[in-house]
Write a protein that binds this ligand. Structure first.
Ligand SMILES: *[C@@H]1O[C@H](CO)[C@@H](O)[C@H](O)[C@H]1NC(C)=O
Length: 536
């Protein structure tokens, strides 16, 4: 009898759950008119592309099911279903949500914060006015770019009193102002010290009018899964139809718009994992930003591997700090791969030395020495969108740095937005001999332009017009190869390279003048520490 009661109760409970499930399908629920803008092809070209992080090496097998909430149970933000209210800020809300998750995951599940969707929405697209911020749209990549250049403070949900700048939008659209101080009176930390910075970000976007074939989709699915398992949730942009808006789990995995379904518009959401249904259909687990009443308690299941509603065509994510294995001491004693001045028009502008996966900023003293500024850091912390290290070639074109690796991949036109400490580079590749040569540019005010060193012309340095200036055996008597040259002040140049035994060398040379074609050493080539001063 007791057993029968138990079974009966179980049946009633299951029925109740089903009825409860049906009740959730609420045709009166208002969905925010989300306006995820698609990045232009030019913007896609300029933005850092997907590149596997160091941590990717740990992933070998991709399981049938994965759920970030289970993998990182102490990261509260992964479980949180956000609500964008009646603003078209899906891109900012899902971006802030992914950022929060990844900060927690990178910290070993120790840092639990909610990054402010309000600031993400109101600050990330500089051209938008407060009135536009609510509805003009954007892309999660805007959020990641902003957070890597300027940082974002914390801020919880609408009416939450959590964090520095909580969300301001409920059931009606309001203008969103990019705040310069915390708006939550109960929060005592200042906005500056509350800011969360990230290292960099990446996108994998199909250009407009590109149709993805199955091979490409399969590759992207594998990248997405590997990335989620290694670094956490990602953002994707999708096309929303009215039958997606009213979807819940009773409908089964969403396989695209049904007959007669109406297209509503673009949307951005967070992917937190994947699974297979009873019939073996694989699906992504979406954490949506329409609150807990939408979908299956905020979640949606969308078929995987068919680019349904474009779910595999536009993906982005922030990269959060890897442990810093770069040290200043190594820069003083090991070979320098490449060097570059950040602005050719200003010889006092920051200069950077590259070594393996690390970068060191240096300043130039009047004595012609280089002094380390701050500590050595991973290249991606300074040049967003740099190609995979090591950087073995760099040059300035139209005053903008270009970075090149041995695979001839380029971080092109690296620009430093006003007030930012980082450069954002476009992607691309480079042909020709540039990676094998070293060059330096002379700031305006010098009669010289660019000097280049070519491995098979070791006795000469050339300007851009091909006019050679003999430096005799000055270079070849000391160096077997030159990796970098840095214009110091229009009359001197730091030279980095190796000697015949492969030992790192650096020296400072006085330029040959137009009248007298000779050059001379001011600091004789020796260990780089003779030219570069690092902290002890
Ligand atoms: C699929 O598309 C990619 C990218 O456009 C292309 O490189 C590849 O050759 C295509 N593969 C097949 C099998 O059509």
């Amino acid at each position: 009898m007791a057993r029968f009661t138990k079974i009966l109760l179980t049946v009633l409970f299951v029925l109740a759950v089903v009825v409860e499930g049906k009740k959730k399908k609420n045709p009166n629920k208002k969905f925010p008119p989300c306006t995820n803008t698609v990045l232009s092809d030019q913007e896609i070209d300029r933005t850092p592309k997907f590149k596997p992080s160091v941590r990717h090496r740990g992933v070998t097998l991709i399981p049938v099911a994965f759920d970030a909430r289970v993998q990182w149970p102490k990261c509260d933000s992964i479980k949180l279903i956000r609500d964008q209210g009646m603003c078209g800020t899906c891109w900012a809300v899902s971006g802030a949500s992914v950022l929060s998750d990844r900060i927690c995951i990178a910290s070993g599940q120790k840092i639990n914060v909610q990054v402010s969707a309000n600031q993400a929405a109101s600050c990330s697209v500089a051209t938008q006015t407060p009135t536009q911020n609510c509805n003009a749209g954007g892309d999660a990549a805007n959020v990641y770019k902003f957070a890597s250049l300027y940082g974002l403070p914390t801020g919880g949900e609408f009416n939450s009193k959590v964090g520095c700048v909580p969300y301001q939008v409920g059931n009606s659209a309001v203008p969103l102002t990019c705040s310069t101080k915390c708006t939550n009176p109960l929060y005592t930390t200042t906005i500056a010290s509350d800011n969360r910075m990230i290292d960099s970000y990446w996108i994998t976007y199909q250009k407009q009018n590109t149709v993805m074939n199955q091979t490409t989709i399969d590759t992207v699915v594998n990248q997405m899964q590997t990335e989620i398992m290694t670094n956490g949730p990602i953002t994707v942009s999708i096309q929303v139809y009215n039958d997606f808006q009213t979807w819940d789990a009773d409908d089964g995995v969403y396989k695209g718009p049904g007959a007669g379904a109406q297209k509503i518009g673009g949307h951005a959401v967070k992917l937190i994992g994947w699974n297979k249904d009873k019939t073996g259909t694989p699906y992504w687990i979406i954490s949506n930003s329409w609150g807990m009443d939408a979908g299956e308690e905020g979640l949606y299941w969308v078929q995987m591997g068919k680019n349904v509603i474009g779910i595999e065509s536009s993906i982005s994510a922030p990269t959060v700090s890897l442990p810093n294995t770069c040290t200043g001491a190594s820069f003083c004693n090991k070979p320098i791969d490449s060097v570059i001045l950040s602005n050719v028009k200003d010889s006092k502008s920051p200069a950077y030395l590259f070594q393996g996966a690390c970068i060191q900023q240096v300043s130039i003293t009047t004595a012609g020495k280089l002094t380390a500024v701050g500590s050595a850091v991973p290249i991606s912390k300074v040049f967003l969108g740099a190609p995979a290290p090591p950087i073995i070639g760099s040059f300035l074109q139209s005053n903008l740095p270009w970075l090149i690796n041995s695979a001839n991949q380029a971080g092109s036109n690296c620009q430093q937005p006003t007030g930012a400490s980082k450069f954002t580079c476009g992607g691309g590749s480079i042909s020709g001999s540039t990676p094998g040569a070293a060059s330096t540019n002379f700031y305006s005010g010098s009669t010289l332009t660019t000097w280049s060193y070519y491995p098979n012309n070791q006795n000469w340095l050339f300007d851009t017009n091909g006019n050679g200036k003999s430096i005799g055996t000055l270079i070849t008597s000391k160096f077997t190869g030159i990796t970098g040259m840095l214009n110091l002040d229009g009359s001197r140049m730091a030279v980095f390279g190796k000697d015949a035994a492969g030992k790192p060398l650096a020296g400072v040379m006085a330029y040959p003048t137009a009248a007298a074609a000779g050059a001379s050493w001011i600091i004789q080539p020796g260990p780089p520490s003779g030219v570069l001063t690092c902290a002890a």
